[in-house]
Every structure is written in C-alpha cells, then in structure tokens.
Design a protein around this ligand. Structure first.
Ligand code: C2G
Length: 131
C-alpha cells in the first residue's frame, strides 16, 4: 500500500493536469489530491480561478485515477495534510522543484516534468486574444 498525495488548482482542466495525476497515481496504490481553495489561489496569483473550488473538486473527484479529494487551504499546511492522509509520497510538477523539500522527513518528495506547451494561464490568454 503506497499513498501518493499531490496538490494543485486544476483550473480550466487540461491535458497537463491529466498527465501529472495519472503519473502520480501510477507511482502508488492510492492517489489523494488537495485542490487549492479559491482564497489560496487569490493570495498566490491575485485573481480568482475561472472555475470555483466546488466545480474543481467535482471535476477531480470524477477521475478514475483519483481516490480522494480535499480542499487545500494553505501552502504552509502541506505537512498537516501529509500526516492527516498518511501519505508516503508527495508528487508535484517541476515548476515547484525544491519548494516542498521541507516535508522530506515525513514523506518522500518527487517533482515530475511538466507537460510542455500548455497551461491554464496560456489558455486564458488565447481565449482573451480571440475576442
Ligand atoms: N502541471 C503539469 N503540466 C502542465 C501544467 C501543470 O504537470 N503543463 C502540473 C503542475 O506542475 C502541478 C499540477 O499540474 O503539479 C497542478 O497545476 P496548477 O493547477 O497550476 O497548480 P498550482 O496553481 O501550481 O497549485 O500546493 C501547491 C499548489 O496549490 C499548486
């Protein structure tokens, strides 16, 4: 039994999100996903996500390779979530390389390469330009 945990906003859900979640799940037997709250997103990016947190949770919960979903309220609570869900491995995309190494006493940490050429920000820009 190996529990994998990952975190993200997963706004305007796209193939990069599918790829990281599938790869994370393949590294263990259970995948737990912390979906960043609207407030956490605002504090990080000074804008609210396009999809509200309830919808983002619903989308992630519907995926067959995701076993459990909860709302991530703060980046600083990583260790509490890891302990709460008994996670053995934390997986993040490599845009976060090194940022969560401080949990390594409690849990293995792995940064996977991002899927190239796609991001929520880019999709929003493309749609905006097309108007
Ligand atoms: N991702 C990826 N490839 C992309 C885009 C995103 O692998 N082309 C990964 C990111 O690296 C991240 C996950 O998908 O691991 C979710 O990405 P975001 O929704 O952008 O999440 P973010 O806003 O970075 O929030 O506690 C951590 C944060 O809440 C993560």
């Amino acid at each position: 039994m190996k529990r994998v945990i990952t975190f993200g906003t997963f706004d305007v859900f796209h193939i990069g999100h599918v790829n990281i979640l599938k790869r994370a799940r393949s590294l263990g037997t259970e995948l737990i996903v912390g979906v960043s709250s609207d407030a956490l997103n605002y504090s990080k990016k000074e804008r609210y996500p396009i999809y509200c947190q309830e919808d983002r949770v619903e989308i992630i919960s519907s995926l067959k390779f995701v076993d459990h979903v909860f709302i991530e309220e703060s980046l600083e609570l990583k260790l509490d979530y890891i302990k709460k869900y008994n996670a053995d491995l934390l997986v993040m995309g490599n845009d976060w390389e090194g940022r969560f190494d401080w949990v390594k006493n409690e849990c293995e940490v792995l940064y996977l390469p991002r899927t190239p050429s796609i991001s929520t920000t880019e999709i929003i820009e493309i749609v905006r330009r097309a108007q």
